[in-house]
Ligand binder design. Structure first.
Ligand SMILES: Cc1cc2nc3c(=O)[nH]c(=O)nc-3n(C[C@H](O)[C@H](O)[C@H](O)COP(=O)(O)O)c2cc1C
Length: 404
């Protein structure tokens, strides 16, 4: 999400400045271009040299140090930025922002900034909880400025309280989410997408079940990528993998539960991507209490009955929805995939060969072939599931453009 983003990083005078060095490095590692400006107070904690070397760019501190006659440095920085991050943000600088003061390089540039502002306050608890600071924070929020909630914990002053600079990991996640919500031109903005993931579980009794090797990684990667593309995402998952808070997650167990969750929502979505490995059969008469060995007859027989075919049902129901299926096969990939595409009335099918080491089920990588309704073939060689997810969505977007 940060790739090619231009981030103006404003560093103000709090004890957490040293942590922001790492935050800046993570921006750069994620592909962003960073320019730094510091207040005089911030330079007392970490020298501009550190930020300059790591960002490979001049650090702005003095408003009147105008080295380039072709522009005014603070206005140039504010115009250049796609997003501005103030970290750590002192109580003092937030107060100045709230009142529109422009008495140093940082506050002058911030007052001239039209792009989104993302603020990471960090300070002593009493400073943070002071009504003046709280009012200033409310003022900034009311202007659409994003404020990261500080952590509660052990402060530099030697006692517990709220105001601590949060983990950089959390700041990064919140920044990515903020960018997604502020960006207007994302390719799936305005689309509602439903994604299924994981291997369903068919209960034999309360402690035993039949399942398959699917980890849910592919479906979860598609859900994350769809969210980053601006879609409103619902993920119906049988997997225990994590998902971003912004994704509406519905946890299911069996194929029947997955069917119900999808059937209920299908009418209301634009795209359905069925990447779950749904059991074809479920247990006919699952026991409600644990089966005891002593009570069982040998040979033990478990009767299976056919589960509802989710893809086929949605394929028959679909009106304007774009339907994507997956075909996991061990042989004759293309034949089976094309047959499934036609039989289930899909718009796109993603075929992957399972049973090969390093791709398919439970692996971080995958290698797939995408077929469209017109039998157009797109081979995606072995790469991460995150990348595969983006490539699948790129193809969906291309097809949606053709259809519209
Ligand atoms: C050792 C030390 C640590 C400080 N830590 C913080 C802090 O974490 N947060 C804060 O708001 N102010 C902190 N201050 C106070 C600010 O540095 C002070 O308010 C300063 O005027 C802020 O200037 P600036 O907003 O222009 O950077 C600290 C001061 C000192 C001396």
């Amino acid at each position: 999400m940060l790739k090619d983003k231009k981030i103006a990083l404003y560093v103000t005078g709090g004890i957490a400045v040293y942590k922001v060095v790492d935050l800046m490095r993570s921006f750069i590692k994620n592909g962003a271009e960073v320019r730094v400006a510091m207040t005089e107070s911030a330079t007392k904690f970490v020298t501009p040299m550190t930020f300059q070397i790591l960002s490979r760019h001049e650090v702005y501190v003095d408003t009147f140090c105008e080295n380039n006659p072709s522009h005014v440095a603070h206005v140039d920085l504010s115009d250049w930025a796609d997003i501005s991050v103030i970290a750590p943000a002192t109580a003092n600088t937030m107060a100045k922002m709230a009142y529109g003061l422009a008495d140093n390089f940082v506050t002058s540039a911030l007052l001239a900034t039209a792009s989104p502002l993302f603020v990471v306050p960090a300070m002593n608890t009493d400073m943070f909880e002071n009504p003046a600071t709280q009012e200033n924070i409310q003022t900034l929020k009311s202007r659409g400025i994003y404020i990261v909630e500080p952590d509660t914990g052990f402060l530099a002053e030697g006692y517990e309280g709220k105001g601590r600079y949060p983990e950089n990991k959390r700041i990064l996640e919140e920044l990515e989410n903020f960018i997604i919500t502020t960006e207007k031109t994302l390719p799936l903005r305005g689309y509602k997408i439903l994604i299924s993931a994981g291997g369903t579980k068919e209960r034999i009794d309360p402690v035993r079940y039949i399942t398959n090797d699917s980890s849910g990684k592919m479906g979860h990667s598609i859900a994350e990528a769809a969210y980053q593309y601006g879609a409103e995402v619902t993920l119906v998952t049988a997997s225990t993998l994590e998902s971003s808070k912004a994704i509406h997650r519905i946890q299911v167990d069996s194929a029947s539960e997955m069917f119900e969750a999808i059937d209920e929502r299908f009418e209301d979505v634009d795209i359905l991507i069925m990447s779950a490995a749904v059991s074809d059969y479920g247990v006919a008469d699952a026991a409600t209490s644990k089966m005891k060995k002593a009570d069982l007859k040998e040979p033990l027989t478990i009767e299976l009955q056919e589960n509802p075919d989710i893809l086929k049902t949605m394929g028959a129901k679909k009106e304007n929805q774009f339907l994507v299926g997956f075909a996991a096969e061990t042989n004759q990939l293309e034949d089976y995939a094309l047959k499934k595409l036609a039989e289930k009335n899909l718009d796109l099918i993603v075929a992957n060969e399972v049973g090969k080491e390093g791709t398919g089920f439970d692996s971080d990588d995958n290698q797939v072939v995408i077929f469209t309704k017109e039998h157009q073939r797109l081979d995606i060689p072995k790469t991460s599931k995150t990348e595969i997810a983006r490539r699948i969505l790129d193809k969906v977007i291309e097809e949606l453009d053709h259809h519209s």
